[in-house]
Design a binder for this molecule. Structure first.
Ligand code: NAD
Ligand code: IPM
Ligand code: MN
Length: 364
């Protein structure tokens, strides 16, 4: 029995997470769920974003956290999303944001001639530093001389551990493409930065990348690309991409671009992990890559597959790989049979697509 904290959050998070829970139940996953009401409604009701001791309780009482999305037009400051989502990542030191990029069916990819075997890479995004620490300030606010400074924080420890995790991930994971049941080994780590312009941070990333790479001399190939060039490569020819490691901001941006290659934001999954934290435990937080999508919220049209694939990722992390594979296979079948929401070409609603997958999973 694994203990799961469920935080559906705002907008379509409240619609897609119930589908993910239903599918995990259909797969027979042995889970004890505890629901948390953190999000915009709670914040608007009592001004609480995260209750005192909230993060400590999550880390102490749960094996994993399943999250929907945060963001609500009634909270223009986005303060609750910052405190809850970035709070979990930072205060629980979930430093590795793992965002797999897989193509389930050629019809989902906007690129000509790209098959599932051609698109199977993973972005390992640094999740606790960079510009996300909100360091900086504003001087002469509201005047013509206003100055806004947003600091980009890169620590030796933070850069080294995320790069090392990327190499460890490469060494221990295989490609998942369905043309090869066992998958071929992953081979290459590509470090993506902007060291031609951001020279101080870039120099640290470059040096650490070379040092860590030297620990895997015959095993793993290395490559470097500037983030702008990588964006072109991703849409021109993503075939050679394997494991990409990058900072917090670039990782955010390129994974939305990568989601576009997979069929859109409704198809992309992610995990927030803290590998190697033996003393703190290995709790992970799992969330679809998409946001709360306010314009489509409450209409039963959001694609639940990103959340469902995220749940599968969580189960695999918890050692339930059989259940995870059943779910992934059922989503693949749904895509092939067009039992999907409209964003990827089907006619089903959020609930109906979730029910189709749950039904399929329960018969496997
Ligand atoms: P978004 O991901 O919510 O939406 C971007 C576009 O993708 C929209 O057109 C939306 O309709 C579409 N989309 C997203 N998910 C979809 C799904 N499952 N099915 C079908 N279509 C889907 O990003 P945004 O519009 O930039 O942000 C909206 C709010 O969400 C903001 O408050 C933002 O800060 C927040 N946000 C939160 C998270 C998170 O909690 N992890 C992630 C991204 C954005
Ligand atoms: C994501 C989101 C968040 C991020 C936002 C909501 C702060 O875009 O998880 O990709 O930038 O990390
Ligand atoms: Mn994002």
């Amino acid at each position: 029995m694994k203990r799961i904290a469920v935080i559906a959050g705002d907008g379509i998070g409240k619609e897609v997470i119930p589908q993910a829970l239903m599918v995990m139940q259909a797969a027979g996953a042995d889970l004890a769920l505890t629901h948390f009401d953190w999000g915009a409604d709670r914040y608007l009701a009592d001004k609480i974003t995260v209750p005192p001791d909230g993060f400590a309780a999550l880390a102490r009482d749960f094996d994993a956290i399943l999250v929907g999305a945060f963001g609500d037009p009634r909270v223009p400051s986005n303060i609750h999303a910052k405190e809850i989502l970035l709070g979990m990542r930072c205060k629980m030191d979930l430093y590795a944001n793992v965002r797999p990029v897989r193509l389930l069916d050629a019809s989902l990819c906007p690129l000509k001639g790209v098959e599932p075997k051609d698109l199977d890479f993973v972005v390992i995004r640094e999740n606790t530093e960079g510009v996300y620490g909100d360091l900086g300030g504003v001087f002469k606010r509201g005047t013509p001389d206003e100055v806004a400074i947003q600091e980009d924080v890169n620590t030796r420890k933070g850069v080294e551990r995320i790069i090392r995790y990327a190499f460890e991930y490469c060494a221990s994971h295989r490609k998942l493409d369905d043309s090869n049941v066992n998958g071929s080994p992953r081979q290459r780590v590509l470090m993506c930065d902007k060291s031609n312009a951001m020279t101080h941070a870039g120099s640290l990333w470059q040096r650490v990348f070379k040092e860590v790479a030297a620990e895997y001399p015959h095993q793993i190939e290395t490559q470097h690309m500037y983030v702008d060039a990588l964006c072109t490569q991703m849409v021109r020819d993503p075939r050679g991409l394997d494991v990409i490691v990058t900072n917090n901001m670039f990782g955010d941006i390129i994974t939305d671009l990568a989601a576009g290659l997979q069929g859109g934001l409704g198809m992309a999954a992610s995990g927030n992990l803290r590998p190697g934290h033996a003393s703190l435990g290995q709790i992970g937080m799992f969330e679809p890559v998409h946001g709360s999508a306010p314009p489509i919220a409450g209409k039963n049209i959001a694609n639940p597959f990103g959340a469902i694939l995220t749940a599968a990722m969580m189960l695999a992390h918890l050692g339930m790989s059989g259940e995870a594979q059943k779910i992934e296979a059922a989503v693949l079948e749904a895509v092939r049979q067009k039992k999907t929401t409209q964003d990827i070409g089907g006619t089903l609603g959020t609930r109906e697509a979730g029910e189709w997958v749950a039904e399929r999973v329960s018969h496997r």
